[in-house]
Design a protein around this ligand. Structure first.
Ligand SMILES: *[C@@H]1O[C@H](CO)[C@@H](O)[C@H](O)[C@H]1NC(C)=O
Ligand SMILES: *[C@@H]1O[C@H](CO)[C@@H](O)[C@H](O)[C@H]1NC(C)=O
Ligand SMILES: *[C@@H]1O[C@H](CO)[C@@H](O)[C@H](O)[C@H]1NC(C)=O
Ligand SMILES: *[C@@H]1O[C@H](CO)[C@@H](O)[C@H](O)[C@H]1NC(C)=O
Length: 420
């Protein structure tokens, strides 16, 4: 079964977006959850310093976020100067199609991206904005003006939101392609139907949002996660075209969601990070990387090289659930109904000999579950399976048929790598 899938995906990869970007899930940081509309060039440049800071370690070695792979710094909404321009009163474009930057807050975009590049980062921009969304700019000159600015300002990527009237992602892709610069494109159309969803031979962006905005609440994280599942077995999430249930809320309290953002405790943060890793989601941090309290509390999790390795691996399937409880639980956020427990997997080899498994417990109370090899695709009847704990980064042992009695705290997840 897995081998058939692999051959199919190899064929489809050749027809996915061919800009050479995002061959593994992109990793970085983006401004929305931390700053919302209150973002400035100075704040972004301070975040850049935090992303290359090596005051923390992995296995005793000074390591920065960028050393781990989180190297893209993304500016989100509200760089624009909202007003009324040109004959028709465009809100942040002039008559000739150029976007208008708020130069009080962003005095020099090019200097900002130059700084990113000078310290080994890439820089992402943001378009088709939600704040003072344009409602009448679906003419080529506006797309052309945006793409010219994207290149002139020196950005390496762009998130294209769904709020304004510039909804033609293929046109953006064509114009960007014609510049000759490979730009990582994010389709932020919240899981809307075609033309914002890829097909097996069409994907003019590098990753696509499958849901509305995530909040710092366990129910929201679970709800957004599940929106990726339909793209997993259909192989619509693949190298160069990843499904994406939004940024990581780890280390974020009370973000733009206000009262809905209750924050995530340690167990919930593990479930969030582990599930984003195992489904090959882009990993976009959004906490204050310069706040020592926040960073100390999340470092071990987001800097776990074995979890990141699972995320970045590609062996023909992006990862998804293989077993869900028939019992459900209604979570607080949005009254979202989740399976009481769920098992996710992702292949880690072409011959089916190695897989990652994440077991999630959505109940409030601790529980004990068995990991039966018969249930795991390609592991039926396996004996002598080597099991490694990803969170603990240590071998658990060798087992026949089952790993019994896996204890999982409420809202927590256990993460394993299994090898035949
Ligand atoms: C432009 O598109 C062509 C055809 O898909 C691709 O081979 C090329 O790498 C693209 N160039 C850039 C800069 O994205
Ligand atoms: C765009 O918004 C302006 C101001 O609210 C309004 O006057 C105009 O009719 C709108 N245009 C379209 C195409 O919706
Ligand atoms: C750092 O984060 C902690 C925990 O969220 C918060 O209480 C504190 O105010 C933050 N410090 C700064 C300087 O932002
Ligand atoms: C749990 O939810 C699933 C998916 O919505 C549904 O198919 C199933 O019937 C539910 N189980 C129970 C016991 O209600």
């Amino acid at each position: 079964m897995l081998r058939v899938i692999s051959a199919l995906v190899l064929a489809t990869v050749a027809t996915a977006k061919e800009n050479g970007m995002a061959l593994t899930p992109p990793m970085g940081w983006r401004s929305w959850n931390l700053y919302g509309a209150d973002v400035t060039q100075e704040l972004i440049e301070t975040i850049m310093d935090g992303m290359v800071d090596r005051s923390r370690t992995v296995d005793g070695k000074p390591t920065s976020l960028c050393d781990l792979g989180y190297c893209d710094v993304g500016l989100d909404d509200n760089w624009q100067k909202c007003g009324s321009y040109g004959e028709k009163g465009y809100t942040f474009h002039t008559d000739d199609g150029a976007p208008v930057v708020n130069e009080e807050l962003f005095p020099d975009m090019k200097a900002m991206t130059d700084k990113a590049h000078s310290i080994g980062l890439t820089a992402g921009w943001y378009g088709n904005n939600c704040i003072c969304a344009e409602n009448d700019t679906d003419e080529d000159k506006f797309y052309e003006g945006d793409v010219k600015a994207l290149i002139r300002f020196g950005f390496d990527g762009v998130k294209l939101d769904g709020c304004g009237s510039q909804l033609n992602l293929e046109l953006y892709d064509d114009l960007i392609n014609a510049t000759g610069k490979a730009i990582t494109m994010e389709n932020c159309h919240w899981g809307s139907a075609p033309p914002f969803e890829p097909t097996l031979d069409w994907c003019p962006w590098n990753f696509f949002r499958t849901s509305g905005d995530v909040r710092a609440a366990y129910g929201s994280v679970m709800e957004n996660l599940a929106t990726t599942y339909k793209y997993a077995d259909t192989l619509l999430s693949r190298p160069g075209c990843w499904s994406y249930p939004d940024m990581l809320e780890i280390g974020c309290d009370h973000g733009p969601g206000g009262d809905d953002d209750t924050g995530l405790n340690e167990q919930e943060s593990r479930s969030h990070f582990g599930s984003w890793c195992i489904i090959s989601s882009p990993l976009t941090l959004s906490m204050d990387v310069n706040n020592a309290t926040v960073m100390d509390s999340v470092w071990e999790l987001i800097a776990n090289p074995e979890a990141i390795e699972v995320n970045q691996a590609w062996f023909g399937h992006p990862g998804g659930p293989y077993l869900s409880s028939s019992e459900n639980i209604t979570l607080e956020y949005d009254s979202y109904v989740a399976p009481s427990y769920q098992y996710l997997y992702k292949p880690l080899s072409w011959d089916g000999s190695k897989v990652a498994v994440l077991i999630m417990n959505s109940e409030v109370d601790e529980r004990t579950l068995d990991l039966k090899f018969d249930d795991i695709p390609g592991f039926k009847g396996e004996k002598g399976v080597k099991v490694r704990c990803v969170w603990g980064r240590k071998d658990v042992g060798q087992f026949d048929d089952v790993l019994e009695g896996v204890e999982i705290l409420g809202h927590d997840a256990r993460f394993f790598v299994l090898e035949k």
